[in-house]
Design a protein around this ligand. Structure first.
Ligand SMILES: Cc1cc2nc3c(=O)[nH]c(=O)nc-3n(C[C@H](O)[C@H](O)[C@H](O)COP(=O)(O)O)c2cc1C
Length: 452
């Protein structure tokens, strides 16, 4: 049955919420970011809301500078569970929602990543996703025997080869390789085992993977990176892109650019779902929504606000808080730094106004209003080629997500923009992505029939 195109929803369940002051919300469980029951409640809320996936951003180390000094001690995102370990536990208390973990291509080996995500896919019954990141900060590099992160080109070059190796390892076994014939004493069909024998610039990996082909063929690949190199990697390999954009025009330009790049890789545009981040704060009235937002805004300390800006623009504490935003002192993450500078320029903002305006969404789009306002905003981007869905960034957890599930999802369903039941047990089915062809098996089959 051909069904109407519908909005995809993910939720970023980082710690106690996305807003800088989320952890200080009166109802946020203060230690929840290190407590399993907190994440169980969050993932189960996402599943109640029929979300496509729950998403765990991650870094291999604290990724924020303590700039100005003392800022870091006033934030909560410095400790978090290792994502795959956490998602394995969450797989046991959920049935349908996709489980996406971030893993770095700069500080892992492809074999490890392939094996862990394949295992999570089996454990979760086909719900695993890998968010491919290249780890931009020097602080992470310093946990892995280096002073500085490698440059963009090197990181992305390694990432592209890394993803190819992982995908190759996920094709070690054909779907029906295991016959497990007790009577004949034959466990698998050797002709359905493929040894990778990868010899590349960055990796030499023999394979095969010691995990069988996974329930959804291979875990879903998510990409989060907006640079030239990041876009190319997404177009070549990603099933989902997690993006950041403020305006319809910027989101449309990004959407068209990444989808246009897919043809040269022989890929269909619809096989990549672009999901910008969206901080949605609903209320029964606009005033109630605004009041909910203000509760958090009032808790943003200037030191913490400056700290948030310093991650992208460098330490601005030498400049007056109520003066104009200066040129970056130290531009750190190119794509997000530009979003911050654009926000400041559009609104002619002071430093204080800029940090307050990004305290919630950190450069992602923020919509505060009634459920109808929020769904209008989503529908506009969805119908005008700016997004296939949204990664919801709750300002605080779990309540910020539960508000979206209880208020926004029913409005989306009422308009026919969102599912009323899960489409299938696997994340690929939920996202409307085809089961991936086993490339090695297809080649072997083609050679076999040519020989006949
Ligand atoms: C929406 C979005 C989410 C991201 N999430 C993460 C993350 O969880 N962990 C991480 O190490 N990097 C993350 N990144 C960073 C990218 O991997 C990349 O290193 C960074 O964006 C710089 O490259 P870019 O200019 O291509 O964006 C994210 C980037 C974007 C745009």
């Amino acid at each position: 049955m051909a069904s109407k195109r519908q909005i995809r929803l993910g939720v970023s369940m980082i710690g106690l919420g996305y807003h800088l002051a989320g952890w200080r919300h009166p109802d946020a469980p203060a230690g929840g970011n290190m407590e399993l029951p907190h994440f169980i409640r969050v993932t189960q809320a996402a599943e109640r809301g029929l979300f496509d996936m729950a998403f765990l951003a991650d870094g291999v180390g604290i990724r924020f500078h303590d700039e100005p000094a003392g800022a870091l001690a006033r934030t909560s995102k410095n400790v978090q569970f290792e994502p795959l370990t956490l998602l394995s536990a969450l797989a046991m208390v959920t049935k349908n929602v996709g489980l996406v973990a971030t893993a770095s291509t700069t500080y892992n080996e492809p074999y490890h990543v392939a094996r862990k995500f394949a295992s999570l896919d089996h454990i979760s019954g086909g719900r695993a996703g890998w968010n491919v990141v290249t780890s931009v900060t020097d602080m992470e590099a310093q946990n892995f025997n280096r002073d500085k992160a490698p440059g963009y080109d090197l990181r992305y070059d390694r990432a592209a080869e890394f993803v190819e190796v992982v995908r190759g390892l996920w094709e070690s076994w054909e779907d029906d390789a295991f016959i497990r014939d007790k009577a004949r004493g034959l466990n698998y069909d050797p002709s359905k085992l493929h040894v990778l024998n990868h010899q590349g610039q960055h990796f030499q990996v023999r394979g095969p993977l010691n995990v069988a082909r996974t329930p959804q063929g291979m875990p879903v690949i998510v990409q989060a990176g907006a640079s030239e190199q990041g876009r190319e990697l997404a177009a070549a390999t990603a099933d989902v892109v997690y993006a950041a954009a403020q305006t319809l025009e910027d989101a449309q330009a990004y959407y068209a650019d990444v989808k246009d790049r897919m043809a040269k890789y022989g890929r269909e545009r619809d096989h990549l779902k672009i999901m910008p981040g969206l901080m949605a704060i609903p209320g029964h009235t606009r005033q109630e929504a605004q009041d909910r937002y203000e509760v958090l805004q009032e808790l943003v300390q200037p030191l913490v606000g400056l700290g948030a800006l310093s991650n992208y623009l460098g330490d601005l504490s030498a400049y007056p808080l109520d003066g104009p935003v200066p040129a970056p002192v130290n531009r750190r993450m190119h794509s997000r730094a530009q979003i911050f500078l654009d926000i400041a320029a559009r609104g002619n903002l002071t430093i204080r106004q800029l940090y307050l305006s990004v305290a919630g969404g950190n450069g992602h789009r923020t919509v505060i209003g009634t459920p109808a306002d929020i769904v209008d905003a989503m529908e506009e981007w969805f119908t005008q080629d700016a997004a296939d869905g949204f990664n919801i960034l709750p300002p605080w957890l779990p309540g910020g997500l539960e508000d979206v599930v209880e208020m926004v999802v029913p409005e989306m369903q009422r308009r026919g923009l969102f599912r009323t039941a899960y489409e299938g047990p696997t994340l690929r089915e939920i996202l409307g992505l085809p089961y991936p062809t086993h490339r090695r098996a297809a080649i072997a089959a083609a050679l076999g029939s040519a020989a006949q």
